[in-house]
Design a binder for this molecule. Sequence first.
Ligand SMILES: [Ca+2]
Ligand SMILES: [Ca+2]
Ligand SMILES: [Ca+2]
Ligand SMILES: [Ca+2]
Length: 455
Amino acid sequence: MRIGERRIAGPLLLAILATLLCACPAREEAERQAESGDPVAAPSPEQTALTPALTELNEYWDSLPTADRSMLEEEGRSLDYYLSQYGDLDRGLLRALVSSFLAARRGESESGGNGSPELQWQFLDIFSGADKDYAVLSVGNFDDDPAQELLHSEQYRCRVLELDGSARELPVLGWDAIRTSLAWDWDGDGVDELVATAYAAEGEAAGTVGLDFVRLDGTVAGSLNGRLLKATQPLADYDGDGRPDLIYDEAASRRIVGLASSGREIWSTEQIMPSVALAVADLDGDGLDELLASGAGAGQSGAASLRAFGSGQEPQPVPGLTGELPGDMPVCAADLDGDGIAELLTQNSIIFPASGKRVELELPDGRSRINFGAFPCKVLPLRRSTGTLFAALILESEDSHRFDALLLWDAAGRLVYSEMFEVAADGLYAVWDGSADRLVLRTEKAILVERVEEQ
Ligand SMILES: [Ca+2]
Ligand SMILES: [Ca+2]
Ligand SMILES: [Ca+2]
Ligand SMILES: [Ca+2]
């Protein structure tokens, strides 16, 4: 059964953002003036000079039905109000804000209306202005409770975000932490370090790269000479002890190495190119995860083969995978049906490596194919109390770079949830809350978390 579908989450996201922005001094001042009856300050010369963008906004405003415009203005939501609240207001954003506000005032439901559970997004944090492009989000466990947190690090700001909306400010961690690729427990103490790309210091040989493991106080806990593989799923449990292990591409030997938190090498490949981890999970049911990678070893000729690499075993081809590109390329692996063997998600199907069986993915209405975008994809296993799903952001069209939809599939390839966003979705994360994963969505302006109803 499809549990939900809807199209107007963009306005909802923006409404959440608008609620946050309501706390800003400009809004408070406007409210104070409105309550006291003080005259509102005249628009500045910048506002009165009609730029093409402003002309467009005015045209949109004038095109609204009179009743809608009256409702907005009665509630203090004039065009000037929106202009004062959103510095970079454009027509699309204004339309989204207005329609979200009007829908809420009319009591219209944001959900599909079939009574089925919908994802509701709540605000976690905002990117701070011009430096948002430097903002990095890392999912990890950064304290002594078993739930994961989200580290939001920017050039001049760093915070640990809890899923309940609270946040812990950290001292700015410096350049190493800003280049964070992921969080991983380097020293095995149960608290994750940040895995950051380290470049050669001035005076050292050019081209030297390495990985630094940076603690949340900014100190470097350890380093190694290698680099991370391009991977949708960078961590897996290769020795079966229940703790995630790291894979990296060792600089000197060009081997791919699986590394436990203790620093122990669990397994490694022969010299292999290229270094891309397509998927990681237990593909043969022996209780240990494998890495699925395409690469030719040294001295091998011909096409690179797609094989599973793991601890204590020879590299194995995976049943059901033809290696046909790009349609058959796996982008994520997880055990959805609970038989102990992971399923593989590709561009058009779910493949069962135990049998080689495949099922076609159900697509949302209006889409004839899925485009996950460039590898590594914004795709992840989502652990729910009812089982694990594949969750993916997809591009709006073949030639677009804009992700506009969230899709969830079960093991049968059924689309159990789909949501189209009017704002671009820049990132998708799964954060373990102690009993299940919660989805976190990154948009251009904000970080949103899926709300869970109180039991
Ligand atoms: Ca924690
Ligand atoms: Ca640690
Ligand atoms: Ca492990
Ligand atoms: Ca295995």
